[in-house]
Design a protein around this ligand. Structure first.
Ligand code: MG
Length: 388
């Protein structure tokens, strides 16, 4: 079997989210945006595919870097193809990103699943057939009844746990340009209100502003220790490994989780584990360049008796979470009182991560990654010339 065609489709889709001036998502008026679908076609008629951001699967990237490595090759030799693309990254002047690498690799895994008739999470090891999700909130905002006060977070957490069935909650708190943010005391007030609302037994996590000083970070961590939080993530710039070593050594009762957005795939993460810069490891397919480096991270964490908590939502991350033993949760979100996360987007027949009333996401037995897309919608809303 050989790869004979690689195509990217850009299509129009509606969203009810908007980005603020710093790039954080919030609820907003419904409007049209563009999304993408990457497809890798084999000469036996099998197609592997994955949805992706348009910028990650641009035609220029496919033509310069992806087709030269993949065309004519056996699509099932994913490790070899991943290395071929990875080696191209150095010579690409940073144009071939880990996100593009991820999109290509996920489409290859989808193809592998379709050829073998197996779901990807089983091909990777298949440890969990269901996994508890944590409800991961959007960043704080200044919308009345949204996430603008500690009481808003408390009310929403109560709904997530008491009504929707989540067994764990993670807060993203306020960041600029929200007035008054960032502020560790505001973060603490939200965390304390949520703990009060959900009681002592629900695991809680925090992802605050990413650029606190060591002293602010330590103050916040010590308060979270008092509140019995399960972990905190990315409260300082992750490029400073020493700062994370310093903080991890001073917070014996709180798990420091990382690194999340740091470049360097599993190699960076190995340094963090070896140097005691975190208590739990972080990986995510879109952060590290696909399933292969995400699994490497998870397995090295296992070798250090550490859990590996996977960043981000979607079919690729869900496959990794299900594959590995040393993880506790799937991240489901981002969630907001004004948005209905459970409703499929216009291009989906079903969302990637349906959750039951007990808070479990169940893995599907359909071959491939498990995305259930409305291909007629995507075709009908195709953008003929994506450069316009
Ligand atoms: Mg995070």
């Amino acid at each position: 079997m050989k790869i004979d065609r690689i195509t990217a489709t850009v299509f129009r889709t509606m969203t009810d989210q908007m980005k603020d001036s710093d790039g954080h998502g919030h609820p907003g008026p419904a409007h049209e945006v563009r999304s993408g679908l990457l497809q890798i076609h084999a000469d036996d008629g099998t197609t592997g595919q994955v949805t992706a951001s348009v910028g990650d699967i641009e035609e220029g990237l496919l033509e310069r870097f992806v087709r030269p490595v993949l065309l004519g090759q056996d699509p099932l030799r994913i490790e070899k193809l991943w290395h071929g693309l990875y080696h191209w990254q150095r010579g690409s002047n940073m144009k071939l990103t880990d996100r593009t690498l991820c999109a290509v690799e996920l489409a290859l895994w989808d193809l592998m699943g379709k050829v073998t008739g197996q779901p990807v999470w089983k091909l990777l090891g298949g440890y969990h057939d269901k996994i508890l999700a944590y409800g991961s909130t959007m960043c704080g905002d200044d919308m009345e009844g949204g996430l603008s006060t500690p009481q808003d977070y408390a009310r929403f957490a109560e709904w997530l746990v008491g009504t929707r069935g989540y067994k764990a909650v993670k807060l993203h708190t306020w960041m600029p340009p929200i007035p008054g943010a960032p502020d560790v005391r505001m973060d603490y007030a939200a965390c304390a209100a949520v703990r009060e609302a959900v009681g002592p037994d629900i695991p809680l996590m925090l992802d605050p502003n990413h650029w606190y000083s060591r002293s602010d970070a330590l103050w916040l961590c010590q308060r979270l220790e008092e509140l019995g939080f399960h972990w905190i993530e990315e409260m300082m710039e992750e490029a400073s490994l020493s700062s994370y070593q310093w903080l991890t050594a001073r917070t014996p009762r709180l798990n420091i989780l990382g690194p999340e957005s740091m470049a360097g795939k599993h190699w960076t993460r190995a340094e963090w584990a070896a140097k005691g810069a975190c208590d739990m490891m972080r990986t995510g397919v879109w952060d590290v360049g696909g399933i292969i480096p995400a699994l490497r991270t998870a397995h090295l964490a296992d070798s250090f008796h550490m859990s590996c908590e996977v960043h981000g939502t979607g079919a690729g991350n869900l496959a990794v979470v299900a594959a590995i033993p040393n993880t506790r949760f799937y991240e489901r979100g981002l969630l907001h009182p004004f948005l209905d996360y459970d409703k499929p987007r216009d291009y989906q027949n079903r969302i990637d991560d349906e959750m039951d009333a007990e808070g479990y996401v169940h893995l599907r037995d359909t071959p491939g990654l498990g995305q259930d897309l409305n291909m007629d919608f995507i075709e009908a809303h195709r953008v003929q010339d994506p450069h316009r």
